[in-house]
Design a protein around this ligand. Structure first.
Ligand SMILES: CC(C)(COP(=O)(O)OP(=O)(O)OC[C@H]1O[C@@H](n2cnc3c(N)ncnc32)[C@H](O)[C@@H]1OP(=O)(O)O)[C@@H](O)C(=O)NCCC(=O)NCCS
Length: 321
């Protein structure tokens, strides 16, 4: 049986493209691939003008020994019986994170873009799934339109980041959506889990919610990318099923958002849905405090143990109305 992730396409013109596991002999080919990338491409890959040296690729090809996985896309000469490899035209790999997810990085030679990115990513997702890795995540510059388009064409969600120049996207290795991963506590669930539906996938209250003891994953609601939102298609969403509460934040007053709220209530009756108004009486912080109080009260009403804040203290709803 073929190894997960390996595949081959005939390119016509006496060449084929082979996707196979990265191996120690690939260092030279990877050096060459990255030497051919533009400064902008390298900036997108490394968030800096970093020019990776040989030692970087020697470490990269050893990714399997660290529990991760790496694939290369190689052009092969099919006119010769020994089918020699001509050059590496793409690479995709993930490093294993403490949460059990994989941290994704990839690059494709400029003259092979357009289809190879999705092809390689699918192959890597297959490998990750076969090794029990539930999600791949990537930090992507907000200006990196191609990589964002690539990830958003899969079922995706957003994880918190500490800056506004990058987005942390997570995609599932099986099915339509990512799932909640173990987290730093190895799945001990010290915190409550909030799934936030917010236009654009950014929630102003993320930091405060985390300080209050919640893990936060954000979805862009009905505009959840090409695959769409499973709940709107009538299918239960694993992210909502694994959440303690859903917050629908400042949703535009339109039919699709109302349908989303109804779908969550119907498909996931055990998970409270709290709606955050579009405009608050004061600034966003007041709005967040109010919504977190509502979430905490809803969880208490559902008999859920209170979320614990960073110091392990229980979060109580305010009683100062
Ligand atoms: C990210 C990368 C691997 C994607 O490879 P690719 O999928 O083969 O090819 P492309 O770059 O042609 O395009 C990917 C998608 O972005 C879209 N896209 C390309 N340029 C775009 C732009 N300027 N604005 C918006 N979308 C754009 C394409 O239409 C395509 O979307 P589609 O599948 O919906 O048609 C490749 O662009 C790359 O190597 N970039 C440099 C390194 C990098 O950024 N790595 C990611 C950081 S981990």
């Amino acid at each position: 049986m073929e190894r997960p992730g390996t595949r081959q396409v005939d390119l016509g013109d006496g060449r084929a493209l082979v996707v196979r596991p990265m191996a120690p002999g690939d260092v030279d080919g990877l050096v060459e691939l990255y030497a051919g990338l533009s400064d902008e491409d390298r900036y997108r890959r490394f968030f800096s003008a970093y020019r990776p040296d040989r030692a970087f690729f020697e470490r990269a090809v050893a990714v399997w020994s660290r529990g991760g996985a790496g694939l290369v896309a190689v052009e092969v000469d099919t006119t010769r019986p020994d089918r020699p490899e001509l050059r590496i035209v793409g690479e995709a790999s993930y490093e294993l994170l403490p949460s059990g997810d994989g941290e994704l990085g990839m690059a494709v030679a400029a003259d092979r873009r357009g289809w190879l990115g999705p092809y390689l990513l699918d192959a890597l997702l297959e490998v990750a799934a076969s090794r029990g890795v539930p999600n791949l995540r990537a930090d992507v510059l907000a200006t990196n339109a191609p990589m964002l388009a690539l990830l958003r064409s899969r079922g995706h969600a957003y994880l918190p980041t500490s800056d506004w120049v990058s987005l942390r996207l997570v995609i599932g290795t099986r099915g339509d959506t990512p799932v909640w991963s173990g987290g730093p506590g190895g799945g001990l669930r010290r915190r409550g889990r909030l799934l936030v539906e917010a236009p654009g996938g950014r929630w102003h209250g993320t930091e405060e919610a985390r300080e209050a003891g919640f893990d936060v994953v954000t979805c862009a609601g009905p505009r959840a990318g090409r695959r769409g939102c499973p709940a709107l298609a009538g299918r239960p969403c694993p992210l909502v099923e694994g959440a303690d509460a859903v917050v629908v934040s400042r949703a535009p007053d339109d039919e699709r958002w109302r349908a989303l709220v109804d779908a969550h209530a119907e498909l996931h009756p055990g998970v409270p849905v709290c709606i955050e108004p579009r405009e608050g009486p004061a600034g966003p912080e007041t709005l967040t405090v109010a919504i977190l109080d509502r979430v905490t009260a809803a969880l208490a009403a559902a008999g859920h143990p209170p979320a614990r804040d960073e110091d392990g203290g229980e979060r109580e709803p305010r009683r100062d109305e």
